[in-house]
Design a protein around this ligand. Sequence first.
Ligand code: ZN
Ligand code: FE
Length: 256
Amino acid sequence: MRLIALPALTDNYIWLLADDRGDVIVVDPGDAQPVVDVCARENLRLRAILLTHHHPDHIGGAQSLAASTGARIVAPIDARIPNVDQRVADGDCVVLTHPTARFDVIAVPGHTSSHVAYHGHGLLFCGDTLFSVGCGRIFEGTPAQMLASLDRLAALPGDTQVCGGHEYTVANCAFAMTLDPHNRELRIRSEECAALRSKGQPTLPVTLASEWATNPFLRVDAPALVDAIDPQRRLDRVERFAQIRRRKDDFKAPVP
Ligand code: ZN
Ligand code: FE
């Protein structure tokens, strides 16, 4: 199957997965138009729409795409997402016949209370929970919940392709470097992403193994991060995570 990151809105990605017959799944269509355009241009048939959470930049195009194509909508249990064909919760499996695909549903509360991720075919569609070198803001959960959600995603195989919902990687690297300046893999990733963005290319997907090595929110137990956040060793890992998240909330990325 072919995976495409469709840029949408300001900095969202709509993920599109197509089989060789032209049957297509999209994840988090915040806007219908990019999907309509690529389907027309490449003669693709939209069959299913997977939604990770209720925010408008992730679901905004879903209703009109379903209405115009007959695609079924799969979404978490949340009244803020209307007109859904299949509601999913933690441990469920989404089984599709066209294209033939199967995804495990992982509940990842924190950014929102009902946020889910979809994992299958070596791909992880994680919405606004895990970004490259970052994670989503905690709007409806606690730091403990968000960390538990990230722990679950981080336990997937290292070759998993992480398909996050936003292109935030360059700014995320700038923040991560303030806490983890001697991390060689982070430095390399940062340079690689700056080069990709200067050519207008996405920095996603990225392997989970790369995230283990570079993402400060997956590295709360790494000595470099502990030294940066809590040199006196007074905090537990949830408190360390909360501290990193708070610093990121306040961080102003340098203007490139
Ligand atoms: Zn969101
Ligand atoms: Fe978002």
